[in-house]
Design a protein around this ligand. Structure first.
Ligand SMILES: *Cc1c(COP(=O)(O)O)cnc(C)c1O
Length: 463
C-alpha cells in the first residue's frame, strides 16, 4: 500500500507530512460502520455506546485501557460463516486470534469448530467444554506432551506440519492403541496478503511441507503407511488479511492436483481439504472485505471446478477464519493523557496503553482508525499519531489518523477492530498490566478476561 505523501484536502491547502492517510472524513463524529462492531452507535448526547451502554459508563466501571467485545456481533459472525459454508463444510475458528472460555462457549453454541496451536489453547478449549472432536491441533513444533494429550483427549484432527511429526504422532497414537485423524499441511507456493499474492516455486518459511519436488506426495505416502494415522486430507494456509480470492484459486488448484496424484498412486481419494484462514477485515474506511457468503461461494466454486477437471469427487471443505470473526467485534477504549503538538508536522496523542495491548502497529506496520467517543466535537480535524505510554519510540497504536483539534486530556478515544491479535499478543512490557476483555450484550457488560493486577506480576516473580 502506498506510503508516499499526498495532499489531503482543504486544510490550509497543506501537504501533510509523509504517511498513509486519505483526507479526513467529512464529519469526524460519524462512525464508519465498516470498522466498528455491529451494535456501536453514537447516542443523542454524542456519547458512543456498544450493546446500548455508554463508553463513559464502561470506562468508569471497568477502567481504561480495556477491550470491549460485542457479543451479539461475535455470535452473528459465527452464524454467518457457518450458514455461508453450510452442512457440507466445516468452519474452524482460529483460537490464536483471541481465545477465552466465554468465546469457546459461544463457538460451541453457534456450531463452530476450533483451531488450537498450543497446550494452553487446548486446555482453555476443553475446560470450557468444547468437544474434543471439534478441535483441530496445529503447530510446527508440537511437543511430545502436547501430541500425547491431543491424542488422548481425542481431538478431531491433528494437522501434521513436518516429516518428523508424521512419525511422532503415528508412534504416540499407536502406543496408545489409537488411530489419530490427521491432515498434512502443505505449502503450495502462494503467499497472499491484502490485494496481492506471490506465487513462488521455493518455499522459505517454517510451516508445512512443500508441494514442490514431490515432498508433499512423499509425506502422504508415509502417512498412509502408518497404522497410527488416519489421513483425512490436505491443509493449506496462504496468508493473512487477504481481500482477493486469486491466491486461494492457485492454492486450491495445487492442493487438488495433489489429491489427484494421491488417487492415481494409491487409489485413495482423500475426503477433505482445508483452505486455511487469512480473510481480511476493515481496519480503516479504505478496506473492503467480502462477506462470508461471497467467500464461501467463491471457494466452493474454485474447489468443485478444479475437482471436476481432475475427475475427483468434491472433498469436504474446511476454512479457519480467526480475524474475520473476532477482529471487528471489539474496540480498545483509552483515555487521552498528554498531547504534544508539533507545528506543521502532527500532534502526538498519548494514551494509557500502547504496544503492550496492541503490538500490531509496531510489529506489522498495521493500520488502524481512531475516534473520539466520549463526546462529539465540531473542531477542525487535526492529524494525529496515537502513541502509548511505553519507554520506546516505536510504541505507536495508530500511525496516522485525524481527531478533532479540541481533543483534551481526559477524553476517551477508541480504536476499532482490535478483537484479533491484540489481547492475544498483549505483553507485560514495562510491567504494564494487561487490560481486561469485557463482553457487552444487550445492556449488560461482563468481564470475560479480567485486568491483570500488580499482584499477578509479583506472583510470577519468585524473588
Ligand atoms: C493464523 C491462522 C489462521 C487464522 O488466520 P486469520 O488471519 O486470523 O484468519 C488460520 N489457519 C492457520 C493455520 C493459521 O496459522
Amino acid at each position: 500500500m502506498s506510503r508516499s505523501a499526498h495532499p489531503a484536502g482543504p486544510r490550509h491547502a497543506d501537504v501533510y507530512p509523509e504517511g498513509h492517510y486519505t483526507a479526513p472524513a467529512a464529519d469526524l463524529n460519524v462512525l464508519d460502520e465498516k470498522v466498528w462492531a455491529r451494535t456501536v452507535r453514537r447516542n443523542s448526547d454524542g456519547v458512543v455506546t456498544v450493546g446500548g451502554i455508554e463508553v463513559s459508563r464502561l470506562a468508569e466501571e471497568f477502567g481504561t485501557p480495556a477491550y470491549f467485545l460485542d457479543e451479539a456481533d461475535f455470535r452473528a459472525r459465527c452464524r454467518a460463516w457457518a450458514d455461508a459454508f453450510g452442512p457440507d463444510a466445516d468452519v474452524f475458528y482460529a483460537g490464536k486470534a483471541f481465545l477465552s472460555r466465554a468465546v469457546v462457549r459461544w463457538l460451541k453454541e453457534e456450531g463452530l469448530n476450533l483451531d488450537v496451536c498450543s497446550g494452553g489453547e487446548l486446555t482453555t478449549a476443553l475446560d470450557a467444554g468444547m468437544p474434543a472432536e471439534r478441535i483441530a491441533f496445529h503447530g510446527n513444533n508440537k511437543s511430545a506432551e502436547e501430541i500425547e494429550r491431543a491424542v488422548r483427549v481425542g481431538v478431531g484432527r491433528i494437522v501434521l506440519d513436518s516429516f518428523q511429526e508424521i512419525v511422532r504422532v503415528a508412534h504416540i497414537a499407536q502406543s496408545m492403541g489409537k488411530r489419530q485423524r490427521v491432515q498434512i499441511r502443505v505449502t503450495v507456493g502462494v503467499e497472499a496478503h491484502t490485494h496481492e499474492f506471490i506465487a513462488t516455486a521455493h518455499e522459505d518459511q517454517k510451516f508445512g511441507i512443500a508441494l514442490a519436488d514431490g515432498l508433499a506426495a512423499e509425506a502422504v505416502r508415509r502417512a498412509l503407511r502408518l497404522d497410527g494415522l488416519e489421513l483425512i486430507g490436505i491443509h493449506s494456509h496462504i496468508g493473512s488479511q487477504i481481500f482477493d480470492m486469486a491466491g486461494f484459486e492457485v492454492s486450491a488448484r495445487r492442493v487438488v492436483q495433489l489429491l489427484a496424484e494421491v488417487r492415481d498412486e494409491h487409489g485413495v481419494e482423500l475426503p477433505e481439504i482445508d483452505l486455511g484462514g487469512g480473510l481480511g477485515i476493515a481496519y480503516t474506511s479504505e478496506d473492503d472485505p467480502s462477506e462470508p457468503h461471497e467467500i464461501a461461494k467463491a471457494l466452493h466454486e474454485i474447489v468443485s471446478r478444479e475437482c471436476e477437471a481432475a475427475g475427483l469427487a468434491t472433498p469436504r471443505i474446511s476454512v479457519e477464519p480467526g480475524r474475520a470473526i473476532v477482529g471487528p467485534t471489539a474496540f480498545t477504549l483509552y483515555e487521552v493523557g498528554t498531547i504534544k503538538p508539533l507545528e506543521g508536522l502532527r500532534t502526538y496523542v498519548s494514551v494509557d496503553g500502547g504496544m503492550s495491548d496492541n503490538i500490531r502497529t509496531a510489529l506489522y506496520d498495521a493500520e488502524y482508525s481512531v475516534a473520539l467517543v466520549s463526546r462529539t466535537s465540531d473542531a477542525e480535524p487535526m492529524l494525529v499519531r496515537v502513541v502509548g505510554k511505553h519507554c520506546e519510540s516505536g510504541d505507536i497504536v495508530v500511525r496516522d489518523a485525524f481527531l478533532p483539534a479540541d481533543l483534551a486530556p481526559g477524553d476517551l478515544i477508541a480504536v476499532p477492530a482490535t478483537g484479533a491479535y491484540c489481547r492475544s499478543m498483549a505483553s507485560n512490557y514495562n510491567h504494564s498490566l494487561r487490560p481486561p476483555v469485557v463482553a457487552v450484550n444487550d445492556g449488560q457488560a461482563r468481564v470475560i478476561v479480567r485486568r491483570e493486577t500488580e499482584e499477578d506480576l509479583l506472583r510470577l516473580d519468585v524473588g
